[in-house]
Design a protein around this ligand. Structure first.
Ligand SMILES: NC(=O)C1=CN([C@@H]2O[C@H](COP(=O)(O)OP(=O)(O)OC[C@H]3O[C@@H](n4cnc5c(N)ncnc54)[C@H](O)[C@@H]3O)[C@@H](O)[C@H]2O)C=CC1
Ligand SMILES: Nc1nc(O)c(N)c(N[C@@H]2O[C@H](COP(=O)(O)O)[C@@H](O)[C@H]2O)n1
Length: 220
């Protein structure tokens, strides 16, 4: 399995504002790059915080990219994956619509009624007692044939993936804006590291739109 984390941050490292509403940080070229990355992936992952904040569809938007996937023998759309310990994903969320297949990764703490509601719309993967055990969940997803994984956020999930040692690459578009706010989500939130900080090697740095795209390889 190869895991690429992709996100857009403001110049001060925020994913969104303290209101946790979706903000277009990327410009046109960067959104097109993100669409290509989705098209090159078997599955696109977000945490339930992103589902509740943004109601994303996570689909490939460019019809030509969908056509290329079909020609390659891939499903027209990559699968969508939500990391959602207690099954808070709404049944009318775009991520569980008919546009693509969806996996919801739950913990054992997810109530039976939420499981039953979601089971009509998604494949359920259970790993972990109170919180999704990402190592076990990703192993189950790999066993289901999902090899090329793109993670779009948010900050809680990205931190946990680094903590679990699951990140292979980090791609960050840094946009020309300042969001600020001590409660605004950043690229990696969670508890934060105090030692043994994950280290990265810079693979490339490119001007895109009015910002910069940094591609980092995770060491170790
Ligand atoms: N600018 C960008 O590229 C992006 C921005 N966002 C923004 O990020 C914000 C949402 O981010 P967050 O609130 O951090 O939510 P998140 O999307 O990271 O989801 C976190 C939730 O996932 C669940 N979870 C289950 N197991 C977990 C585990 N092992 N580790 C971590 N989480 C686990 C928990 O319920 C947790 O609260 C929104 O404001 C959204 O707009 C989200 C994606 C991309
Ligand atoms: N790459 C990127 N740049 C931004 O400026 C963004 N705000 C985001 N957000 C992510 O895209 C998801 C929306 O996807 P759909 O358009 O609904 O397919 C959103 O949930 C964030 O994960 N990304």
């Amino acid at each position: 399995m190869h895991v690429v984390v992709n996100a857009a941050t403001s110049a001060d490292g925020k994913l969104s504002s303290r209101r946790r509403e979706q903000i277009a940080i990327s410009g046109e070229k960067d959104f097109a790059r993100v669409d290509r990355l989705r098209a090159d992936s078997d599955a696109v992952v977000v945490g339930v915080g992103t589902v509740l904040a943004d109601d994303p569809s996570l689909t490939v938007k460019d019809e030509q990219l969908c056509e290329r996937r079909r020609e390659q023998g891939d499903p027209e759309q990559p699968a969508r994956i939500v990391v959602d310990s207690t099954g808070r994903t709404p049944t009318d969320a775009a991520i569980v619509d008919d546009a693509a297949s969806t996996y919801v990764c739950l913990s054992e703490a997810a109530p039976v009624d939420r499981r039953m509601d979601l089971a009509d719309r998604a494949e359920l993967v259970t790993a972990g007692e109170d919180r999704v055990d990402l190592l076990r969940a990703f192993a189950a997803l790999e066993a289901a044939g999902l090899e090329r994984i793109m993670v779009e956020g948010g900050g809680e999930l990205i931190f946990s993936l680094f903590e679990a040692g699951l990140v292979d690459e980090l791609r960050v578009f840094v946009g020309p804006t300042v969001i600020g706010g001590r409660d605004a989500p950043t690229l990696a939130d969670g508890d934060g590291f105090v030692a043994e900080f994950p280290t990265l090697t810079l693979e490339s740095l490119e001007r895109v739109d009015d910002g910069a795209l940094l591609i980092w390889r995770a060491d170790g």
